[in-house]
Design a protein around this ligand. Structure first.
Ligand SMILES: [Zn+2]
Length: 282
């Protein structure tokens, strides 16, 4: 808790201890990220230390990996989050995953779904995901979608905004988190926000106060008053703070939100309450 506000980081990643350094090195190289001392180590221990040092209350881990590794990563994510507490774990999916398999993960503590369609190389509307979406609708499991480009590297078009919009439009009974402020383009945010009620936006990377990633998107979010006005236009009940730890630094973004010309109610929603409500923990 900071200044009386409950702080929930709505978007972070953790990796197994023996793989974290290698994954972060290759990810930052692939995405041509500027070297920054604020990049975390990406392990649960490092995340826990960062949360403790920065007075964060909870963190959503949006772990995923290549399709062939998803089952293993899901099992590890749920084990670790159960053991450690203060973690809201998401699991990842793939076309062909059965309803039973997903329900078993929910029984073990999964609170939602994460897809990174560009890295996982399947379409968010792949018919093989029909069972997954049916479970998400029935059990009210939110789906977090990587959206847009957050670096100079364009992997493929699977996370481009039209694909994300297709997923949101064709699953109106599923709630979605559109990450990275839809890749950072404010017009896309306004377009999606005005058309679809079943989405909220996370602030990760696009809004960050740290310049740890080469920007290819609009610099619109760098201006505090423009950002505050945009949050109000979207609705502060539909914007959630996320850091993308280890790539983003949670505390600099929290401090920036606290310093913005928003009401305490609006800050409280963005910094934690929207995410708690999304996962039925309010
Ligand atoms: Zn992420």
């Amino acid at each position: 808790m900071i200044d009386g506000f409950t702080i929930i980081d709505g978007h972070a990643h953790t990796y197994m201890d023996d793989l974290a350094e290698r994954i972060i090195t290759s990810f930052t190289a692939l995405h041509m990220m500027e070297p920054s001392p604020s990049i975390g180590k990406g392990t649960y221990d490092d995340l826990a230390g960062s949360m403790r040092n920065n007075s964060l209350d909870m963190t959503v881990t949006a772990n995923f990996g290549p399709v062939k590794a998803v089952d293993r990563i899901n099992a590890w994510t749920l084990d670790e989050s159960k053991r450690r507490g203060c973690i809201i774990p998401l699991v990842s999916v793939y076309p062909g995953m059965s309803a039973d398999a997903l329900e078993a993960l929910v029984a073990k503590g999964a609170k939602g779904i994460k897809m990174h369609n560009g890295i996982q190389e399947y379409d968010a509307c792949d018919p093989g995901l029909d069972d997954v979406y049916e479970v998400c609708s029935r059990l009210k499991l939110p789906v977090t979608l990587h959206c847009g480009e957050v670096s100079r590297h364009h992997l493929n078009d699977l996370t481009d905004e039209p694909h994300m919009e297709d997923a949101v439009r064709t699953h109106p009974d599923v709630r979605f988190v559109i990450t990275h402020l839809a890749g950072g383009d404010p017009d896309t945010v306004f377009h999606l926000a005005s058309r679809y009620r079943n989405i909220i936006f996370d602030t990760s990377i696009a809004f960050t106060g740290e310049h740890c990633i080469h920007r290819i998107h609009d610099d619109f979010w760098e201006d505090d008053s423009d950002a505050a006005e945009a949050f109000r236009k979207v609705g502060c009940d539909r914007v959630a703070f996320g850091s993308d730890y280890p790539y983003g630094n949670p505390i600099s973004d929290v401090r920036r939100i606290l310093s913005m010309d928003l009401t305490d109610e609006e800050k409280s929603l963005i910094l934690g309450r929207n995410t708690l409500r999304l996962y039925g923990m309010d």
